[in-house]
Design a protein around this ligand. Structure first.
Ligand code: SF4
Length: 341
């Protein structure tokens, strides 16, 4: 087994055997640059030079019934952070407009909670319509939706449904005990069956093993999700994981590279936690390294409860790699960030 042999297999559309996957997982960190180079080649072969840029708004914050150990909004968290009911649709649209000006082509409306109240649902429908009217692809991360809700939102213009599985089924009970993993898997399946662009991934550095990481990747591949967000734990004071160390940069790049090999057809988007892992000092947050290691997209701007990096710096890194932001998913051209090129 060699890295090149695994690369050729994936490039040729063949599945990796268990032994291939074990080889990738066991690669020492000093071989991560080699893994990253081949993962980047796989990403170029599948997605060309385009980089997906998305942004989110924390549309409803805090007070969640669930107990996810990493989350500042959970029932177990005593973290300071924003707490507010669902923002008015016009405020959500204003945040979308600002994200579009920074270069985003997808805009995610994110709300805390496991499910959606009837009142909030009406707000989501209105917000989705307004965001679609801006020429952005509206995505929603509202918790678990049923089929009728998904269809109503699609009629309003919803493009994407975002529901992270967070980690493997095996490790999930160590992270969340307030609901069953299967409920999340069913939600992802419902989004796919509805024909939505489904974005589902996880958060890394929770204490999970490499076996857990592979288990999650293989499940996401079998579900056929379009997009896999990768978050790195940013330990937040007041949460049960406050004392955990952040991942080492090479470990984070290895996760991205291995995920590219295991999910060659999925967009891999780097979301929260890259600043603490790669250093926030110059505002770069590892954007260049991550996009040269198999990632095909970045979340730009702020995250849910913590500040993000410098979107202009991300655009500069994208150009420095010879890549370019993808056009708006709604087909409205030219997109502002393309015009800058
Ligand atoms: S991750 Fe989502 S479901 Fe879990 S506690 Fe946070 S807001 Fe609630």
């Amino acid at each position: 087994m060699s890295l090149n042999a695994a690369y050729r297999k994936v490039l040729d559309g063949k599945s990796l055997a268990d032994a291939d996957i074990r080889f990738l997982v066991d690669l020492p960190l000093d071989r991560v640059p080699e893994l990253a180079r081949l993962a980047h080649a796989l990403r170029l072969a599948r997605f060309g030079d385009q980089v997906g840029l998305c942004a989110i708004v924390n549309a409803k914050s805090g007070g969640c019934s669930e107990d996810c150990a990493f989350c500042a909004q959970s029932s177990r968290s005593t973290a300071d952070g924003p707490r507010h009911p669902l923002l008015p649709a016009r405020d959500i649209a204003a945040a979308g407009e600002a994200a579009r000006a920074r270069g985003a082509s997808r805009f995610g409306v994110v709300a805390s909670g496991k499910t959606v109240t009837a009142r909030d649902f009406e707000g989501f429908v209105e917000a989705v319509g307004l965001v679609a009217g801006l020429g952005l692809a509206p995505d929603l991360s509202p918790g678990i939706l049923d089929r009728a809700q998904l269809q109503a939102l699609q009629r309003a213009g919803l493009q994407g449904y975002h529901h992270n599985l967070e980690t493997s089924a095996s490790f999930f009970p160590s992270i969340c005990t307030s609901h069953a993993y299967d409920e999340d898997v069913r939600a992802v399946r419902a989004g796919i069956q509805a024909g939505l662009h489904v974005c589902s991934g996880g958060i890394f550095g929770l204490g999970e093993s490499w076996d857990d990481r592979v288990e999650l990747a293989l499940l996401l591949a079998s579900l056929g999700v379009d997009s896999v967000p990768i978050n790195f734990l940013q330990p937040i004071p007041g949460t049960p994981l406050a004392g955990r160390e952040v991942l080492a940069p090479l470990e984070a790049l290895k996760i991205v590279g291995v995920y590219r090999f295991l999910l060659p057809d999925a967009a891999i988007r780097i979301c929260g936690g890259r600043l603490p892992v790669f250093g926030a000092g110059d505002g770069a947050g590892g954007g260049r390294e991550l996009l040269a290691s198999g990632a095909s997209g970045l979340m730009i701007g702020d995250y849910l409860t913590v500040r993000g990096g410098d979107a202009d710096r991300d655009l500069a890194d994208i150009r420095a790699l010879g890549l370019r932001p993808e056009p708006c998913a709604m087909g409205h051209m030219p997109h502002p960030c393309i015009m800058d090129n």
